[in-house]
Write a protein that binds this ligand. Structure first.
Ligand SMILES: Cc1cc2nc3c(=O)[nH]c(=O)nc-3n(C[C@H](O)[C@H](O)[C@H](O)COP(=O)(O)OP(=O)(O)OC[C@H]3O[C@@H](n4cnc5c(N)ncnc54)[C@H](O)[C@@H]3O)c2cc1C
Length: 427
């Protein structure tokens, strides 16, 4: 059977078509993009009584925010050593502390707002893909436990099956501060809260042009011209030609997820006994998890295509899943979908501005925690609230040489990473 190309998550929480509201020709703040970033910023501003309009080219959430794996990791791609080298020990530590605060803040938000999104802090197992990676993971567990007070521990290969039903990894580590949720239900909950707070949200209304207008901004939308005192751009992996400057700085990379048909309770108990979220140390790594009801395997990784028939990337993802869990060889894939994550040159999520235009973007595949957090920070900065200060306030990401929106270099980059993964495997 051909898999459904829409996200599995949309069965329980499809993106909603909002009732068409009048577009106000002027308001205090305009936000472009109604994913987690834009909604979080809009909710923060609306609750502070600031008139805010949010525009999205698609149905709100139809970007990455209802398509992702729902792993609430607040991950940072660069290692702690890389962060220290780039920013110095103090700033690197501040970023690590902020990632912990952002994860905790998401949990508090979901509880306080009573958002029904199947959120559970089940911990995450990271598998050592190469023999040499186990020691690094064990050191990382020690750092998390000793410096950040996170419950984290190494899992030697001999006891791996207690956490994950595979011999594929050379042991791994578990950190218990990471959870899983239903991403589309989280988005639906945030959307409802933002509307309730008074944010005016216009779905299927692209912003087509942005100009400076005195101290503020003027933008052309598909439903007329709007003037605003402030603007936040929250378009991340879906950034289009409206902001060519931003587009040269963010690379949209396709990430694809497959979902299996429901499996037996026994099989799921063998494969994912602790219901952890799952990741690994390969450069081209896979991320996976049980579905919130614990019956399916949800398995994600790079797509590797930029257009065309989804059957090749679906099969390639299935092969990767079967490498880890050979028992899934004949299991049916019911869903296969993709979305865009936004990478930037140094792979660090950030909040930045240019001539007064504010941006929050570049979550590098870890926006469930970061996007909501960075959107909130960007809004607090508009409000000139000191709680808006963040260790993620940075210079804009560097432009990518010769890049203007077509990521011509991705196939070569993927091939290079794949080679490194293969060579590492030998060691
Ligand atoms: C397949 C996949 C799996 C992922 N898995 C995880 C995971 O397990 N854990 C994790 O933490 N993160 C994950 N992510 C990343 C996470 O989903 C994103 O980082 C996060 O959703 C970004 O939210 P956002 O609001 O910034 O952007 P988006 O949700 O992508 O929203 C951007 C919006 O901007 C709109 N837009 C663009 N241009 C315009 C315009 N000109 N006018 C109006 N609107 C415009 C788009 O229509 C879009 O709706 C995954 C992403 C994908 C694609």
């Amino acid at each position: 059977m051909t898999p459904n190309n829409q996200p599995f998550w949309w069965e329980a929480a499809p993106p909603s078509t909002l009732p068409e509201m009048p577009v106000l020709t002027s308001c205090d703040v305009v936000i472009v993009g109604a994913g987690y970033t834009g909604l979080s910023a809009g909710l923060t501003l609306a609750r502070m009584g600031r008139p805010v309009q949010i525009f999205d080219a698609m149905r709100p959430g139809e970007g990455a925010s209802t398509r992702n794996g729902g792993i609430a990791s607040g991950n940072l791609r660069p290692s702690r050593q890389e962060l220290e080298k780039k920013f110095g020990a103090e700033r690197a530590q501040a970023i690590a502390i902020e990632s912990k605060a952002a994860r905790e803040d998401l949990a508090q938000f979901i509880a306080a707002e009573n958002i029904d999104c199947d959120f559970q802090i089940v911990g995450r197992f990271s598998g050592a893909s190469h023999a040499g990676d186990y020691e690094k993971l064990a050191r990382e567990a020690d750092y998390l436990a000793n410096t950040l007070g996170v419950e984290a521990f190494a899992v030697p290969r001999a006891s791996q099956h207690a956490h994950l039903g595979t011999d594929f990894y050379h042991g791994g580590m578990v950190r218990m501060d990471i959870g899983g949720l239903h991403p589309a239900k989280l988005h639906a909950g945030m959307l409802a809260k933002a509307v309730e707070a008074g944010a005016l949200i216009h779905g299927e209304t692209p912003v087509k042009g942005i100009r400076r207008d005195g101290e503020g901004w003027e933008m052309e939308t598909s439903r007329g011209v709007v003037k605003a005192g402030h603007m936040i751009v929250a378009t991340n992996g879906y950034t289009d030609g409206v902001d060519p400057w931003l587009r040269r700085r963010l690379v949209p990379v396709r990430s694809r997820i497959i979902a299996t048909t429901p499996l037996s309770d026994n099989m799921m108990a063998d494969l994912m006994p602790k219901r952890h979220m799952l990741s690994e140390t390969r450069k081209l790594h896979y991320y996976y998890r049980p579905s919130p009801d614990g019956r399916r395997v949800i398995f994600g990784g790079r797509d590797g295509t930029i257009s065309g028939d989804p059957s090749w990337p679906t099969q390639s993802l299935k092969r990767a899943m079967v490498d880890i869990f050979p028992v899934l060889e004949d299991v049916e894939i019911t869903h296969s979908w993709f979305g865009h994550v936004a990478m930037n040159r140094d792979m660090i999520p950030r909040i930045f501005s240019r001539n007064g235009l504010r941006y929050a973007a570049g979550y590098c595949g870890s926006g469930v925690v970061w996007a909501r957090w960075a959107g909130q920070k960007a809004a607090l900065q508009v409000l000139e609230d000191e709680a808006g200060v963040s260790s993620l306030d940075m210079r804009p990401p560097a432009a990518i040489p010769l890049y203007n929106g077509t990521p011509y270099f991705l196939p070569a980059m993927f091939a290079w990473y794949m080679l490194q993964d293969r060579m590492g495997k030998r060691g």
